[in-house]
Design a protein around this ligand. Sequence first.
Ligand code: ASP
Length: 334
Amino acid sequence: INIKEKGEKMSKPKISIGALGGTICMSAGGKKGGVKPSFSADDLIAAVPVLKDMATIYAQTILALPSGSLKLSDIISVYKWAKEQIKNGAKGVVITQGTDTLEESSFFLNLIWDEEAPLVMTGAMRNADDISADGAGNIYASVITALDDKSRNRGVLVVLNDTIHSAKWVHKSNTFSLQTFISVNAGVQGMVVEGQARYITCAVKRKIYPLPNKPLPKIAIVQSYLDNDGSIIKLIGESKFEGMVIDGFGAGHVSFDMMDEIEKLKIPVIVSSKTGSGMCATKTYGYKGSEIDLQNNKCIMSGWLPAVKARLLLIILLANKISLKEIKNEFENF
Ligand code: ASP
C-alpha cells in the first residue's frame, strides 16, 4: 500500500458549517420583489461538490436572517454551537452569514473564542441569482482555511474573495464590490491560492475575555457631524443606556455643544474616529471638545477601533465588571 492509498484510507477531517442567512443564501425564486433568504446550509454545501473529497462536512441551518437583524444573543448561540462542534471532533468551524454585520459578529466572537481551532466566517456579495455568484467559492476557500493547521491559534478569521482577514481588523468597505473586505490599518493575514491557505503575517495579538453570564449592557453610538448640538447625547444620557461611543471627528473630537452634554454624562464614554482608518489622538489637541479635553472629562479614546468595534469591546468589558481605569488600559493596549 503506497502513502497515497494509505492517506485515502485514513478518515477525513471533520468541518462543521453553520448558516445564519445573508446574501449567500438569498434568491428571488423567480418572483418579483427582490432576493430573500431561501437556501439551507445543506443547499449551500451542495453547490460545492468538492467539499466531500476534502472533509466530512456537517452542515446546519442555525438561522436564516438578513445580517442586520442578527442579535448579540444569536452570536453567543453561535459561539456555543461552534464550541460544541469542536468538542465533537470538528477540526474547524465555518459560519456563513450576511456581510452587512460580518465585521461586528466576527469581532465579537474573536473577543471570546477560546479554542485553538479556527472559526472561519464568510458570506457573499452576489446572491444566487446573480451572474458569477461568489458564495460557493467563498465556502470553498473558507473550508480550505478551516482545514489548514496554520489557521490554528489565529482566533476568528474572515475569508471572502480568497483573502483571509483577522476579525480584529476586518471591515466591509464597499456596497457591492467582491473585494469589499479589507483589513484597515493592518492588511490581510493571507490568501487562498491554488487550493491552499497562504499566510503572509504571523497571528494577530488578541486577548480572550470570559463570556459574561448576565445580560449584556446597552451601549449607544452617537455620530459627530457639522452643527451637532448635543441633544442626542442628552437624550441618551437620560435613558437606559449604560455606556456611549461617540464616533468623533478626525483624530477623535467633538463640537463645543456635544462637549457640554458629555460633561454631564454619568456613564462610560468611548471616543472613536469616523475617518475610517488611523489611531485616535491622545495628547495633541487642547481645545474644547479635543481628545485632551475629552479625556480630562473621563472619556476614553478608542485607539485603533472604529465605533462599532469599540462598542462591542465596551460591552464585553462592562459585562465582565471591569473598572473604568482598567477599561482605559484595555483600549490603550488592544
Ligand atoms: N444585506 C445582506 C446581509 O447582510 C448583505 C450580504 O449578505 O452581503 O444579510
